[in-house]
Design a protein around this ligand. Structure first.
Ligand code: 4AD
Ligand code: MG
Length: 497
């Protein structure tokens, strides 16, 4: 047995493939099976004249997602999916599948999410999971090559670290406990033992918001470095993101193609430095006349586009009636494309004025909303790193600058409206200041005793950040919602499958 992604090494040889029927089509004395085996897709052609009667019977009985073994000769064929075609000599059916609920037609998202366990087999979902896997491997490679020690932080914790409003409360032998919102505090302890560490684990947030960027359970990568300041922290974050993007572009070009990802903007950041600005500078940009103008221009260009698309739609509709069969198909595909784009434009009409209002009325001291991040990052092809946040809106553990007004924190905002993918900071390393912060936040100091010890026994400047894996996958794959970036998403209203 070989796998579909090895076919190029077996051209003109006889091979056996084991997998499933992805697509099935029969015409007279030919059956076409698009077969998938986990590594890819290939077209198998079964000709009645070339196979035994029992094989032909088996082939004719196949249905979508039936499991089967196919033996045949590999032929190079540029027009065929994956560049090969199998001329089949034998078919062994493992199981004829029941009527498969997910058919090639359009399904609603709710339906697909309810069938997530099956939806994972579809091409786009398959591609996204492969990109996710590549990102995970790239992250480990990046840190391991730089002498970081991977550590596992606990999931049951006794305290909040990222605000008390998003805690999942549970019970730990009759004691209240919380699912970890972050591994950072434990990472800080390990960094004092190993210098350079990173966590890679699940984290939990009980945000009662249903947005395309929020999961209740997501995976976070949190490096923590002794003797690092904010700038070194930012340099590391930038290097890491560039490394991830480069790796995915190099190794997952096929998957990105399946996902129809336009990679020009990803390419741009490989060779260009990220944008760095303070929060105050970012607010100035949001509230500027230039930003208002940019959004007005965007709205105007959407109006132009809408006009052109509607004109095209009229024209091809007229053509459809008398078109040849192949052209009819082409027209119908284009009609679907136009429809989707018009829906998108419709949404932009609703959104852009809201974005403009939110940006123009933004007041210093507030946190950025999703749309503010979008408006800010729209202006660049590379990620934007925003630093020096109003201390009040950032976590208690962040060190402050000399004025005391700003937290030495950084948010990395991905381009193309994918929002915050990294939150990081230099940490408060002074015992007394840390005590004050904990008190100011109304946190119970007793649960932080061990954390305060880190400031008693050889405290040093240190820094770290947290990368959200799913938001990174969404960005690199060009997916509009994080629900498609993890095999089984957990979010408000979604606990099964
Ligand atoms: O900005 P956050 O809350 O930072 C921390 O948790 C720090 N302790 C990290 C550190 O300095 N070690 O979260 C970090 C990242 C965000 O930028 C985002 O990418 C992701 O985690 N994230 C979420 N992803 C999906 N769903 C959610 N509900 C998320 N909340 C945060
Ligand atoms: Mg954050």
């Amino acid at each position: 047995m070989i796998y579909i992604n090895q076919l190029s090494k077996h051209v003109d040889e006889q091979v056996t493939l084991k997998g499933w029927v992805y697509n099935y089509r029969s015409s007279g004395s030919l059956v076409f099976v698009e077969m998938r085996d986990g590594t890819g897709l290939t077209q198998c052609v079964i000709a009645k004249d070339d196979v035994s009667e029992s094989t032909w019977e088996a082939a004719s009985s196949l249905k979508q997602e039936s499991s089967l073994e196919i033996t045949g000769t590999v032929k190079a064929d540029d027009r065929s999916i994956g560049g090969h075609e199998i001329h089949v000599s034998d078919v062994t059916v493992i199981q004829i599948a029941e009527d498969y609920p997910i058919t090639p037609k359009d399904h609603g998202v709710e339906f697909l999410m309810n069938n997530r366990h099956l939806w994972l087999r579809s091409q786009r979902q398959w591609a996204a999971m492969r990109v996710r896997n590549e990102i995970i491997f790239a992250i480990h490679t990046f840190f391991q090559e730089r002498n970081f020690v991977q550590m596992d932080s606990p999931i049951f914790t006794g305290n909040a670290a990222e605000g008390s409003t998003t805690l999942f409360e549970t019970e730990f032998f009759e004691e209240p406990a919380y699912l970890a919102q972050t591994g950072q505090l434990y990472g800080e302890a390990m960094a004092m033992a190993h210098g350079l560490i990173y966590t890679f684990g699940p984290t939990f947030r009980a945000e009662k918001s249903k947005t395309r960027r929020h999961l209740s359970e997501f995976w976070m990568i949190e490096p923590e470095m002794a003797y690092y300041d904010l700038e070194m922290d930012m340099n590391l974050a930038e290097d890491m993101i560039r490394f991830i993007v480069k790796t995915v572009l190099d190794k997952r070009a096929n998957e990105l193609k399946i996902l129809e990802r336009d990679t020009t903007k990803l390419q741009a950041l490989v060779d260009n430095p990220f944008i760095r600005m303070t929060y105050t500078e970012a607010v100035d940009i949001l509230t500027s006349k230039a930003t208002a103008q940019m959004l007005d221009d965007m709205l105007a260009s959407r109006k132009e586009e809408e006009k052109a698309l509607k004109k095209e739609r009229e024209e091809i509709k007229k053509e459809h009636g008398s078109a040849k069969k192949w052209r009819k198909k082409q027209i119908e595909a284009r009609q679907i494309e136009i429809g989707a784009r018009l829906d998108q434009i419709e949404e932009d009409y609703r959104n852009i004025p809201k974005w403009k209002k939110s940006a123009q009325e933004f007041e210093w001291g507030n946190d950025f909303g999703g749309s503010d991040e979008t408006v800010l990052t729209m202006q660049y092809d590379v990620p934007v790193m925003v630093t020096h946040w109003p201390a009040e809106i950032k976590a208690f553990y962040m060190k402050r600058d000399e004025s005391g007004k700003h937290a030495l924190g950084v948010d990395v905002l991905a381009p193309e409206g994918y929002g915050e993918i990294i939150g990081g900071s230099q940490r408060e390393d002074d015992l007394e200041v840390m005590r004050e912060r904990i008190a100011e936040e109304g946190l119970d100091e007793s649960v932080f005793e061990w954390y305060l010890d880190l400031r008693k026994f050889g405290t040093v400047p240190h820094a770290g950040f947290g990368l959200g894996l799913e938001r990174t996958v969404a960005w690199l794959c060009g997916l509009s919602h994080v629900r498609e970036t993890i095999p089984f998403p957990r979010m408000m209203g979604r606990l099964t499958p």
